[in-house]
Design a protein around this ligand. Structure first.
Ligand SMILES: Cc1ncc(COP(=O)(O)O)c(C=O)c1O
Length: 424
């Protein structure tokens, strides 16, 4: 995982007000506070401009010989390059665009289901979004067997617990990079080392980690990775990365005239070109944050991304600490990592309850006070069971990203105190 450590100086140098000025939704929001970012983030003006530019300037099918169509081909190629830089892919041809993360995970699981041999075991976790569990369990009729890697009481997956689950029968380990529900960060580089030593592959759900830290498929050594653009400051779309040779071997559906090569063999039909242009602009936005933190000379686009994501990580660590204090002060039961000394193991996504108070009521009261948070099972039924929470009421989640501020955290805290006093 990213070894970059927080440093309060860089957190205080983070240009959050300049950043907020780039997001039209934040400028128009008045008093409203966006604290449901794990369900989808806002987009900067540059992303909106890229989408509009596509729709107004060249909203035609790609693959034609006329200028507008050629421009679409170019913009898709540029987006592949940008996303490849964002995650440090070996090549842009490993980047596949589509609707969302879930459909990509299912696409890979369908392919792997056709290749099961005596290596038929798949490791899944009880800390993941169900999109990265149910899609694998659906391979049971194809003969897959499952091993469960369980979260420990301390709110994280421990690689020591993975070791005994992996053997020469393991086909794949499917796990999250960061839990969307409770914010815990997994040591995925260690996961890949353990899986590869046994000849197994690793599928990473990076949907939740993407907006919070530096992605690096080469450093992590994984085989597949999936992200949802709409969590990464872009419009609704998703992308899948796989090693070129791995994707080449994966059985997929394609018409005969589509090249049997990544990325084309993975991208059935037409995807949303304007949103892919938006994703390209979102990567450039993250680069622009990094440019503030690096000297002028000799920096590559990837250097800017690295600097931008490290600055975001430092700033968010500070937000996590503030949020933790506020929640503890309100008497919250925090699910996941709650120890001040382990803040580097989490992102600012907080799942909690307050005694026996109804999560739904608290979230409704928050909505009335112009604060958008979420209650429920967080699409993580197995985690809810693990935490002894009912699927009906579940928990409350407040999820922050780098455009949130300490002032917002404090306003959230005041609102929570008022609500708890009212409902108790
Ligand atoms: C960790 C995680 N994985 C997968 C998904 C599903 O993503 P999508 O909506 O792009 O299918 C989500 C959505 O919230 C998520 O948070």
């Amino acid at each position: 995982m990213n070894k970059h450590q927080t440093d309060n100086t860089s957190a205080s140098a983070f240009p959050v007000q300049k950043i907020r000025a780039m997001f039209p939704a934040l400028q128009r929001a008045g008093d409203f506070i966006f604290l449901d970012n794990a369900a989808g983030a806002q987009i900067p003006q540059s992303v909106l401009d890229a989408v509009t530019n596509h729709l107004v300037g060249h909203n035609v099918q790609r693959g034609g010989r006329y200028g507008r169509s050629v421009t679409v081909d170019q913009s898709v190629a540029e987006a592949r390059e940008s996303v490849a830089l964002l995650i440090n892919a070996y090549s842009p041809s490993e980047i596949c665009f589509g609707m969302n993360a879930t459909s990509f995970i299912r696409l890979v699981s369908l392919g792997i289901g056709q290749m099961l041999t005596e290596r038929d075991e798949i490791v899944v976790t009880d800390m993941d979004h169900d999109a990265n569990i149910a899609t694998w369990l659906a391979l049971e009729p194809a003969g897959a067997k499952f091993k469960w890697w369980r979260m420990r009481e301390d709110g994280n997956l421990h690689v020591k617990d993975l070791e005994p689950l992996v053997s020469d029968r393991t086909r794949l380990v499917a796990c999250t990079v960061t839990a969307h529900s409770i914010g815990s960060i997994v040591d995925v580089a260690a996961v890949a080392r353990i899986a590869h030593a046994a000849g197994a592959e690793v599928f990473l759900d990076c949907v939740h980690y993407g907006p919070h830290g530096l992605m690096d498929v080469q450093a992590w050594g994984c085989d597949y990775l999936v992200c949802s653009g709409y969590k990464n400051f872009s419009p609704h779309m998703g992308f899948l990365w796989g090693r070129f040779e791995t994707l080449k071997r994966l059985p997929t559906f394609r018409e005969d005239f589509i090249p049997d090569e990544p990325p084309y063999k993975v991208e059935a039909g037409t995807f949303i070109y304007e949103n892919v242009s938006g994703m390209d602009a979102a990567v450039r936005y993250l680069e622009s944050i990094g440019r503030n933190f690096l000297p002028e000379n000799n920096r590559s686009r990837r250097d800017n991304i690295v600097a931008g994501m490290n600055a975001i990580r430092d700033y968010e660590l500070m937000l996590s600490r503030e949020m933790m204090k506020v929640l503890k002060d309100c008497g919250a039961t925090i699910y996941g990592v709650a120890d001040e000394a382990r803040m580097h193991e989490r992102v600012p996504t907080f799942c909690f309850n307050i005694g026996k108070l109804s999560p739904q009521k608290i979230v409704e009261e928050m909505a009335a006070m112009q604060i958008g948070i979420r209650d429920g099972h967080m699409y993580a039924p197995r985690l809810m069971k693990r935490l002894n929470l009912s699927m009906d009421s579940g928990a409350i989640r407040a999820s922050l990203v780098h455009y949130n501020t300490v002032e917002e955290v404090h306003r959230f805290g005041e609102a929570l105190r008022t609500i708890v006093a009212k409902l108790s």
